[in-house]
Design a protein around this ligand. Structure first.
Ligand code: UDP
Ligand code: MG
Length: 156
């Protein structure tokens, strides 16, 4: 089993504004996942539209892209790549359901937010979308190679 699987996590502007960056990073760190890359951006609407291209026909697409794409006001998003065993699936479980109202307590959305349009965090939903999203938001040189000293204590 590959423990070098990677996923793309974004703390959306609502999560950043609400001061939840540390809390969210803490959960991935404490689980034992390895932070591969992180940066703060004022996301361009073009990139956000590309990121959510599969949802382009949905009624909420415009509002979603203009909120994250800083059109309403200058807003920041924190972009991260996390690595570990089954991180794509486990990351989604840690996030909870898309609608915070359906998210279990203990999950990020179940503990930290209330409504669908302000659900504070994005996480890739498949290996394929993780690969695409990482390629869309990060350059190869932004992923610094290092080995976590915890590795042998997390994996047999
Ligand atoms: N969204 C929304 N209204 C909806 C469905 C989704 O505002 O009815 C937003 C919400 O922020 C969600 C994002 O669009 O996180 C992307 O939707 P998706 O179905 O991909 O959910 P996710 O993968 O984020 O759980
Ligand atoms: Mg999605």
């Amino acid at each position: 089993m590959a423990n070098n699987e990677r996923t793309f996590i974004a703390i959306k502007p609502d999560g950043v504004q609400r001061g939840l960056v540390g809390e969210i990073i803490k959960r991935f760190e404490q689980r034992g996942f390895r932070l591969v890359a992180m940066k703060m951006v004022q996301a361009s609407e073009d990139l956000v539209k590309q990121h959510y291209i599969d949802l382009k026909d949905m009624p909420f697409y415009g509002g979603l892209c203009s909120f994250i794409g800083s059109l309403l006001m200058p807003l920041n998003t924190i972009l991260q790549i996390w690595e570990g065993l089954n991180i794509v699936k486990n990351g989604r479980l840690m996030l909870g359901e898309t609608n915070p109202a359906d998210s279990k307590p203990g999950s990020i959305r179940g503990d930290l937010c209330i409504t669908l349009g302000r659900n504070i965090i994005h996480g890739s939903d498949s290996l394929d979308s993780a690969k695409k999203e990482i390629g869309l938001w990060f350059k190869p040189e932004e992923m610094v190679e290092y080995k976590s000293c915890q590795h042998g204590f997390l994996y047999e």
